[in-house]
Design a binder for this molecule. Structure first.
Ligand SMILES: [Fe+2]
Ligand SMILES: [Fe+2]
Length: 238
């Protein structure tokens, strides 16, 4: 049976002549009302449909239990490593799309950067934030072309919003431009289906470039702890 949410989405999709992807935050359960005559308590705490997470989760735990299979970011990070990139670039590649896989797609560069800003250098967070805009603008001097995949995703006539262009123009002149541009250069669009990269390959890079809080991500009282908790418990009623 097609749920109400799916039917609505299909109708919107038909109307728009565009595919509309359901936000991950809205994925589970077609009926998002408050239960009608069902008087059972709402889910709070661990969702039995998701893998259990340790009480003090590390970044690596998030890759294993929430971001998995995460091959896009893992393969991008491996490509950066194979290209001889600096560790800050490898770390940035590893983190650059994590919100898409676990929390929210729209404006993902900003969400990803905000999630990790308390735990990485400001340069890494900045580079992650700006990669979203830089993806839309070629840089022939560095061999970066407009992604062929974006023509498929958005249509040949798609033009980024003015705020994205403005971000690009500012980033282009910034001292950390190259770090962000290198994320886009290593940003793989076609996964190699036979290659499976394990997050443990990056244990040392993470250890040197990501300040893991001893209380666990989500429980350290940082300004973004709630974002990590929302990934641990995405279906809490409140
Ligand atoms: Fe991205
Ligand atoms: Fe990406």
């Amino acid at each position: 049976m097609v749920g109400k949410a799916d039917a609505l989405e299909q109708a919107m999709s038909d109307e728009l002549d565009r595919r509309v992807v359901t936000p991950f935050a809205c994925n589970i359960g077609a009926d998002r009302g408050e239960g009608g005559s069902d008087r059972r308590p709402f889910l709070m705490g661990d969702d039995p449909r998701l893998p259990a997470m340790p009480a003090r989760p590390t970044l690596i735990d998030f890759y294993k239990y929430r971001f998995a299979p995460a091959q896009h970011v893992l393969q991008s990070a491996r490509l950066a490593m194979n290209n001889g990139s600096d560790e800050k670039v490898i770390m940035a590649c590893l983190l650059h799309d994590i919100s898409v896989m676990s929390l929210i797609r729209t404006d993902h560069g900003y969400w990803c950067a905000q999630m990790v800003r308390p735990y990485v250098s400001e340069e890494i967070a900045w580079a992650i934030e700006k990669h979203q805009a830089l993806r839309f603008f070629p840089d022939a001097s560095l061999g970066y072309e407009y992604p062929e995949a974006y023509i498929r995703y958005f249509g040949a006539d798609y033009k980024p919003e003015p705020y994205i262009r403005a971000e690009y123009e500012r980033a282009r002149k910034h001292k950390w431009y190259l770090t962000s541009r290198l994320i886009t250069i290593n940003d793989l669009y076609s996964f190699e289906p036979d290659v499976f990269v394990e997050v443990e390959e990056f244990t040392d890079v993470i250890g040197r470039n990501f300040r893991q809080p001893k209380e666990g991500l989500g429980f350290d009282g940082s300004p973004t702890a709630h974002m990590w908790r929302s990934i641990i418990w995405p279906n809490n009623f409140l």
